[in-house]
Design a protein around this ligand. Structure first.
Ligand code: SF4
Ligand code: SF4
Length: 140
């Protein structure tokens, strides 16, 4: 579904048709890899199955691709009335516009890593860029 065909409000029918994509992962903000310690944390996350790391608007997140145990077969929530606050707020941005998988999927992340090898390549490329930037200008 593209942005200009979005409904004004999410409904149960829309969420069921979507397949409850937002009930199938957890994303937690993490430190950007600015130190060896933070880089190694990310390498460790990415050594695991069903874990990815992405960057959105400059912020880094680790994402665990795992279904919520409360999601029912029909993609409704088994604890809808007392679902976590995160679930209540999800789906809209600060302006009240729909902002979830149906509006943005696939997301335009600045970076997305699905393996330790991908992340290592990124680190090597970033290191090469820094070396190039550091090279002094050639004098005549
Ligand atoms: S991603 Fe959006 S449309 Fe899909 S289930 Fe979640 S809130 Fe509903
Ligand atoms: S608690 Fe309910 S609404 Fe929240 S992620 Fe799980 S199934 Fe989805």
């Amino acid at each position: 579904m593209t942005t200009n065909t979005l409904p004004r409000k999410l409904t149960k029918e829309i969420c069921m048709e979507c397949g409850a994509k937002c009930c199938r992962n957890i994303a937690i903000e993490i430190e950007a890899p600015t130190t060896t310690e933070y880089k190694e944390y990310i390498r460790w996350y990415l050594a695991h199955k069903n874990v990815s790391v992405f960057v959105e608007e400059g912020d880094w997140y680790v994402e665990f691709h795992t279904d919520c145990r409360m999601r029912k077969e029909d993609n409704t929530c088994a604890i809808y009335e007392c679902r976590p606050q995160m679930c209540r707020e999800y789906g809209y941005d600060d302006d009240g516009d729909i902002n979830c998988f149906i509006s943005e999927y696939p997301f335009n992340y600045e970076h997305e890593f699905h393996s330790l090898e991908e992340f290592d390549r990124y680190l090597a490329e970033e290191a090469a860029k820094r070396r190039t930037r550091k090279k002094p200008a050639r004098s005549r």
